[in-house]
Design a protein around this ligand. Structure first.
Ligand SMILES: [Zn+2]
Length: 240
């Protein structure tokens, strides 16, 4: 009765819906646009309860205003540093909150780097990681420092093996093409790259993945707290 649904949006954004079919209620993660979400809600007669915002960038927030105007009771969660409009709940690191329609509580993990108020939402075993941890990669360091970004990634990497990583973009194939260059000898990366090429060529998403696989194949989770190595990799990937 519980389900996570993917709504592709904009160029390569992923909006995630957590659906409780029994209650016909939904939470929405990072609605970069409203139209495809509204269409899905209408088609399946679902009511949105909450919007969880990982960070302020327009491609994660562009749909909030319209959704809130259609559903004025919507709760909107984001970190105060992100200045997201329509927010009803400012979240902070370590905070745990409950949505009535979802059995597991959500833990807020403040992960600065991509932006200063970026957060992830963890509701065992689901992790909504926004633009910080991507499948097989990580986001650009726009506002924070390399030190902050690496520390943020390592906090996420400490979550259990079976954590399901739901990120904000489908960059997986390109990320693995990069990972193969970084670690040409890594058989897990080679295997995952091949699997993802197959998935993508048949039009399927390569998200989510699990944290065990990320630790084996995501070069940015393999820096062993070495900031110089992380910075070098991130700069290489920026030019890749
Ligand atoms: Zn972003």
């Amino acid at each position: 009765m519980l389900e996570i649904i993917l709504i592709p949006a904009l160029k390569d954004n992923y909006i995630w819906l957590g659906i409780n079919r029994e209650l016909a209620e939904v939470f929405i993660v990072d609605p970069g646009e409203a139209a495809p979400v509204l269409a899905y809600l209408r088609e399946h007669s679902l009511k949105p309860i909450a919007i969880l915002v990982t960070h302020k960038h327009w491609d994660h927030t562009g749909g909030i205003e319209e959704l809130v105007s259609r559903y004025p009771d919507l709760q909107v969660y984001a970190h105060a540093l992100e200045n997201v409009s329509s927010v009803t709940h400012h979240v902070k690191d370590g905070e745990v909150f409950k949505l009535s329609m979802w059995p597991e509580p959500f833990t807020v993990i403040h992960i600065p780097g991509h932006t200063l108020g970026h957060v992830a939402y963890y509701a065992k075993p689901l992790l909504f990681s926004g633009d910080t941890l991507f499948c097989a990669g990580c986001g650009r360091v726009f506002e924070g420092t390399a030190e902050q970004m690496l520390a943020s990634l390592e906090r996420l990497a400490a979550l259990p093996d079976d954590t399901q990583v739901y990120c904000g973009h489908e960059y997986t194939q390109n990320n693995l093409r990069f990972a193969v260059q970084v670690e040409p000898e890594n058989a897990d990366i080679a295997k995952r790259y091949e699997a993802v090429v197959n998935l993508r060529s048949s039009g399927k998403p390569a998200v989510p993945s699990d944290m065990r696989l990320e630790r084996l194949t995501n070069p940015f989770l393999r820096c062993k707290q070495n900031v110089a190595k992380f910075r070098e990799l991130r700069e290489w990937k920026d030019r890749f």
